[in-house]
Design a protein around this ligand. Structure first.
Ligand SMILES: [Zn+2]
Ligand SMILES: [Zn+2]
Length: 173
């Protein structure tokens, strides 16, 4: 998603609003590939605040994550507010007088900013690496591997010494 800032850079104080649909390419989180089922909605305000062009808004997209307890996929809504600042390279000198953290400002060249890749960084921050399908997810039986949300098994529920567990698995083969 590239946003053309030619017009807005000429009008200090002005805000442009965008309602966008973004096709989010799959993210790789640990061993999981996170795919978005449909285009995500991005509501975006772009404000010319002088040297800095401020992007504020909200991202809403639907995807699936893998539960870290039962290893099943479950629907996950990624929704978050964002605020990002951009500055044209020509305006970058003197930036430190205008903003508190110049390192947080994305410097761009030309007329367009690659907002898609900045959104992607935000997604990596907002989507949990480890998550559960439900707080009460019972997970998998450590002995036989059945999903305890759907089935019960006859394995002993006593606490098992992990060393014994290895042996037990060995003998159950
Ligand atoms: Zn689960
Ligand atoms: Zn079991």
């Amino acid at each position: 998603m590239f946003i053309d800032l030619t017009k807005i850079r000429k009008i200090p104080g002005k805000t442009f609003h965008f309602d966008l649909l973004e096709d989010v390419k799959p993210l790789i989180l640990g061993n999981d590939r996170v795919e978005f089922l449909s285009p995500a909605q991005v509501s975006l305000d772009v404000k010319n605040t002088g040297k800095v062009i401020a992007f504020t808004g909200r991202f809403d997209g639907d995807t699936e994550l893998v539960c870290s307890r039962c290893v099943e996929r479950y629907p996950y809504h990624a929704g978050f507010d964002f605020k990002e600042e951009f500055c044209h390279e020509f305006d970058a000198p003197g930036l430190s007088e205008e903003v508190r953290d110049p390192e947080d400002v994305h410097i761009f060249q030309g007329n367009k900013v690659d907002f898609g890749s900045v959104l992607r960084e935000n997604l990596y921050l907002h989507i949990p690496m480890k998550s559960v399908c439900d707080e009460n997810c019972k997970g998998l039986c450590v002995l036989c591997g059945v999903n305890l949300n759907n089935e019960t098994c006859k394995c002993t529920k006593e606490e098992i010494d992990p060393r014994m567990e290895v042996l037990k698995r060995y003998f159950n083969r």
